[in-house]
Design a protein around this ligand. Structure first.
Ligand code: ADP
Length: 480
C-alpha cells in the first residue's frame, strides 16, 4: 500500500473502531455494575422483610420452630411458611446445622446442579451483605443473608436472593453497537477521505509544478502560494527559494561556461593560425620563429587562464587550504614594489612607495603576494604612460591596510559593481595600446584571497581620474 492518503484513512478507521469499542465496553461494564448493585439492594430488602415477618410471627419468647411429629425434628411454623411463600424471588431459611427450614417456590424449581451450588455456597453468603453472586442456569442471582436468634436452636439464617436483570445487551445498546457506531465510523472515514483529498491534490499539484520547473528551461517560474495551509505554504516558500538558488547557479554556470569557452577560443584560433603559418613551406625561418613565439605566448595565456579557473573552482569547493603562518607584509610590500618599479619603467608609469609600516599578519605568504601583485600590475596596466601609481602599507589597531592608487583610466560608476565578477572586463577599447588584457579573473581571485584571510578588498574609482584598491587584513585571523 503506497498511497499515504489510503494509509492515513486506514489508520483513522482503525482508531475510530478502537475508540468506539472502548466506549461501548466501558458503558457496558458500568451498566453491569449497576445491575449487580440493584439486585443486591433487592436481596437486602427481601432478607430484611423476611426476617421482619419471621420475628413478628414468632410467639413472644418462644421458638420459631415447631417439632415435627413425622420426622421428630423441627420445622418452621406453617403460619410463618405461608407468609414467607407470599414473598417473591429466592428465599431460604437455614439453621446453623445447615438444616433447610424453608425454601421458596423459585428455589424449589431450580435443578439439582443449581441447588447443589446454592447449598454449598450458603455458608459463604454474608449476613447483611456484601452480596454473594452465584451464576445459576436461570441467570445470575445475588444472595444476601440475615440472622435471627432462635431460643430453641440458637441461630437461624434467612438467605434472600434476587436475580439480576438479564445481562444480554438491551435493544438500544445493540442498535448503537451495530447501527449507529458503524454508521458514524463510515461517515467520519468518508469525511476524512474527502478532506485529505484536497490536501493530497494540492501536494500533487506542487509536485507537478516542481517537475515542470525543474526541466531546466523554466527555472524563472515560481510555485504559487495558495494560502491553503501553513505547512504547505512553508514548503512552497522553501521550494521557491531553492528554485531561485538553482536559477542563480544555473545562470552563472551558463555564463561561466560561455565566458570560459569564449576566452579559450581566441588563443586557440591564434595558435592554429600560427601553426599553419609555421608549417607552410614558403614561410621563412624568421617568420616561423615569430609564429612559434606568438603561439608560445598564447599557450602561456591559456595556461594562466586555466590556472585561474582552477583556483576559483577549488576556492568555491573550499578545497584550497590557506596556510596560517606569520607573513612580514613590510618585506612583501618592498618585494612587490621592486617588481612594480620594473613593470612601471617599461610602461612609462611612475611607481612610488608612499608610506610603509612594520607589520606582520598571519596568513598565506604566496597568496598574499599574488593578491598584492595583481593590484599593482593592474594599476600599471590601466594607467597610461606618464601616469603615477602609489603603493602604501599601514597598520591600525587590529588590521593592516595595503593600498594601491593610480592615476589611470579609472572605472565608471556603472562598471564598479562588476569589477570583482568573474570574466568581467571594462570595454577593451579603453585599455592601453593594442596589448590584450587578461581574462578578467585577477580581481575575482584577489577578492577571494582577501576574504579567505577574513579580510576585504574594496575599490573606489572615477572614470578618467584613476582608482584606489584597498586590502584590509586582520592581524591575526583564526577562521578556517
Ligand atoms: P584583467 O585580467 O582583465 O585585468 P581583472 O580581474 O584583474 O582582470 O580586472 C577586471 C577588469 O577590471 C579589468 O579588465 C579592467 O577593466 C578593470 N580594472 C582592474 N583594475 C583596474 C584599474 N586599476 N584601473 C582601471 N580599471 C581596472
Amino acid at each position: 500500500m503506497r498511497s499515504s492518503r489510503l494509509k492515513l484513512t486506514l489508520i483513522f478507521l482503525l482508531l475510530s473502531i478502537a475508540i468506539a469499542a472502548a466506549i461501548v465496553l466501558s458503558a457496558d461494564s458500568t451498566r453491569n455494575r449497576n445491575v449487580y448493585k440493584l439486585a443486591a439492594r433487592d436481596a437486602v430488602l427481601l432478607s430484611e422483610v423476611a426476617r421482619g415477618l419471621i420475628e413478628a410471627a414468632a410467639p413472644r419468647g418462644g421458638s420459631l420452630l415447631e417439632s415435627d411429629s413425622t420426622t421428630g425434628g423441627f420445622i418452621l411454623a406453617p403460619s410463618i411458611q405461608r407468609q414467607l411463600a407470599t414473598l417473591p424471588d429466592y428465599l431460604i431459611v437455614v439453621g446453623t446445622d445447615s438444616t433447610i427450614y424453608f425454601a421458596s417456590a423459585p428455589v424449589g424449581r431450580l435443578n439439582d446442579t443449581d441447588w447443589n451450588n446454592i447449598y454449598t455456597g450458603l455458608t459463604k453468603v454474608e449476613d447483611g451483605g456484601p452480596a454473594g453472586v452465584m451464576r445459576l442456569s436461570v441467570g445470575t442471582v445475588v444472595f444476601v443473608g440475615a440472622r435471627i436468634n432462635d431460643p430453641t436452636t440458637g441461630l437461624i439464617r434467612v438467605i434472600a436472593g434476587s436475580r439480576t436483570e438479564p445481562e444480554a445487551t438491551p435493544r438500544e445498546l445493540l442498535t448503537v453497537l451495530y447501527v449507529v457506531i458503524p454508521l458514524m465510523i463510515v461517515l467520519a472515514v468518508t469525511v476524512f477521505w474527502f478532506v485529505t483529498s484536497g490536501v493530497f491534490q494540492r501536494i500533487e499539484r506542487v509536485r507537478a509544478d516542481v517537475a515542470a520547473i525543474s526541466d531546466g528551461k523554466s527555472l524563472h517560474r515560481r510555485l504559487s502560494n495558495e494560502g491553503a495551509s501553513e505547512e504547505l505554504d512553508s514548503l512552497i516558500t522553501t521550494l521557491n527559494s531553492m528554485i531561485a538558488r538553482l536559477e542563480t547557479s544555473f545562470l552563472s554556470l551558463r555564463r561561466f561556461t560561455a565566458d570560459a569557452s569564449h576566452e579559450l577560443k581566441t588563443p586557440l584560433a591564434v595558435i592554429r593560425a600560427d601553426i599553419e603559418r609555421a608549417m607552410h613551406e614558403k614561410t621563412t625561418d624568421l617568420d616561423r620563429q615569430i609564429a612559434l613565439e606568438e603561439s608560445l605566448q598564447e599557450v602561456r595565456r591559456m595556461s594562466d587562464l586555466v590556472d585561474g579557473l582552477l583556483t576559483l573552482a577549488r576556492s568555491d569547493e573550499k578545497q584550497i587550504e590557506i596556510v596560517k603562518e606569520p607573513v612580514n607584509l613590510t618585506a612583501l610590500t618592498h618585494e612587490v614594489y621592486e617588481t612594480a618599479l620594473i613593470l612601471g619603467e617599461a610602461a612609462g608609469v611612475n611607481v612610488q612607495l608612499s608610506f610603509i609600516t612594520d607589520v606582520t599578519v598571519v596568513g598565506d605568504h604566496d597568496r598574499l603576494r599574488q593578491l598584492f601583485l595583481n593590484l599593482v600590475t593592474n594599476a600599471i596596466k590601466y594607467t597610461p604612460a606618464g601616469g603615477r601609481v602609489d603603493i602604501g602599507l599601514g597598520v591600525h589597531a587590529s588590521t593592516a591596510t595595503f593600498a594601491v592608487r593610480d592615476t589611470g583610466i579609472g572605472i565608471s560608476a556603472s562598471d564598479l559593481p562588476h569589477v570583482f565578477d568573474r570574466f568581467w572586463r571594462a570595454d577593451r577599447v579603453r585599455t592601453r595600446g593594442s596589448e590584450r588584457t587578461g581574462a578578467g579573473l585577477g580581481l575575482a581571485i584577489s577578492q577571494w584571497i582577501a576574504q579567505a584571510h577574513s579580510g576585504s578588498l574594496t575599490v573606489s574609482s572615477r572614470l578618467g581620474k584613476g582608482s584606489l584598491f584597498t586590502v584590509i587584513l586582520p592581524l591575526n585571523f583564526t577562521e578556517s
